[in-house]
Design a protein around this ligand. Structure first.
Ligand code: TXA
Ligand code: MG
Length: 388
């Protein structure tokens, strides 16, 4: 485990009765809101991943976020709001498309990029003329913003480059001793970050990050509202965050390495069940042969049907002794894969895995967002700077 600079005591605000409603009604969340108003940073749950929050207008607290995460200065923060009215107050222009998407998907896992109001500090925008806005659905996040009475800037609550935390335990792993408060809110239901759509250029909508809302759903919302607009996706979907030399990324965070566990990640390519089972077996065998003396465990985050087929077909010949296996459903459009990915990465790291094999999914439903994260985690190419 990495050394910690334990310069403060981290207090966990817990929901002792497992009842969000009474927790939200209690005065405990007020303690966290007061800390935010005192310009301290507070980690809190959202439905996508845990966030590391700061008062939107406090340069001191915003700089603290960058320091704690080790986040590059040119990577802007998104602002979290409790309703659309608060969101629009932070933008200098609110196109009809933004109102349509907010009505359809807020509160929820969608971040909208708009031209920024002059009041949004440069610690948030990192010098861009635009700002990212999200209204989270998690009741604790919503209440925290209401109690603070102001927007909260919040990136994912991981040390830069690590998988985003989706549980209290994972958030503590990165932030214990570094923040005064972490609020518990159970496991994040989505499990990976919000979809980011850029509406800052009039008459255009661009996907910057696939996430908890699919592009098909966004297009459908425009259509239902009678707006002739389609979300533009980068031509290279899988490689969308890889940049060619000199290219300026539209979402600055794209250029940094993300989501990576300590273990090396290998992405299996086969989609057909039997072919996929064969591919996993070959990979396991090749590893067992090439490094017979290495007894560190291997992590598998694979489809349940592939695992079933693997056991059926190859049974005893698989070296299950050193395997840590986490399965996800093959037939829920990627929902459980997206939900479990970051949690599995962190679990495998805790178990000391040297390598992790992950099943591919087709891009239906959450599959696109899932594949985007896995490809980034498996990508060791020099195009992605490894310093986030
Ligand atoms: O689900 C989420 O969005 C989570 C939870 C905590 O809300 N937050 C999150 O924040 O993922 P972060 O900072 O880890 O990722 C936000 C991404 C970064 O890649 C950043 O570069 C991009 O949004 N971004 C922020 N402001 C932007 C802007 N004005 N224009 C383009 N991209 C922006
Ligand atoms: Mg992040």
């Amino acid at each position: 485990m990495e050394p910690r600079t334990a310069d403060m005591r981290t207090q966990v605000l817990r929901d002792n009765n497992d009842n969000n409603e009474s927790f939200i009604a209690s005065s405990r969340l007020k303690e966290a809101a007061d800390a935010l108003l005192r310009e301290e940073v507070v980690a809190f749950p959202t439905e996508t991943v845990y966030g590391l929050g700061a008062l939107w207008r406090s340069p001191k607290a915003l700089r603290e976020i960058f320091r704690i995460k080790g986040r590059p200065q040119d990577n802007p923060l998104i602002l979290h709001v409790c309703d659309a009215e608060m969101a629009w107050s932070l933008a200098s222009d609110v196109p009809e498309a933004a109102v349509i998407l907010a009505k359809a998907f807020w509160p929820g896992p969608l971040t909208i990029i708009l031209p920024a109001d002059r009041r949004v500090p440069q610690e948030v925008t990192a010098g861009l003329t635009t700002v990212g806005l999200r209204c989270p659905a998690h009741p604790i996040a919503k209440r925290l913003i209401e109690l603070t009475g102001e927007p909260l800037a919040a990136p994912s609550a991981n040390i830069s480059g690590r998988p985003s935390p989706t549980t209290l335990e994972d958030a503590l792993e990165d932030l214990d001793g570094k923040v005064p408060f972490i609020i518990e809110g159970g496991a994040s239901t989505v499990g990976l970050e919000s979809t980011i759509v850029d509406l800052s250029r009039s008459g255009e909508a661009h996907l910057l990050r696939p996430g908890g809302i699919t592009v098909q759903a966004l297009d459908q919302a425009f259509e239902l509202a009678g707006l002739k607009l389609r979300v533009q996706e980068p031509v290279l979907r899988y490689g969308m965050f890889s940049l060619s030399d000199g290219e300026v990324p539209r979402a600055p965070g794209m250029k940094y390495r993300h989501y990576a566990p300590r273990a090396l990640v290998h992405l299996f390519s086969e989609l057909d069940v039997e072919e996929a089972a064969h591919e996993v077996r070959e990979w396991l065998n090749a590893r067992a042969c090439s490094q017979p003396e290495d007894d560190s465990p291997v992590g598998l985050f694979i489809r349940d049907d592939v695992w079933g087929c693997l056991l059926n077909q190859y049974g005893e010949s698989i070296h299950t002794g050193h395997l840590q296996v986490v399965l996800f459903s093959a037939d829920d459009q990627g929902r459980s894969a997206a939900h479990g990915l970051f949690a599995a990465f962190r679990q495998f790291d805790r178990e000391g895995c040297a390598m992790i094999g992950v099943s591919s999914l087709c891009e239906k439903g959450y599959g696109g967002a899932f594949m985007n994260r896995v490809i980034r985690a498996a990508d060791n190419s020099s195009q992605i700077q490894a310093n986030e």
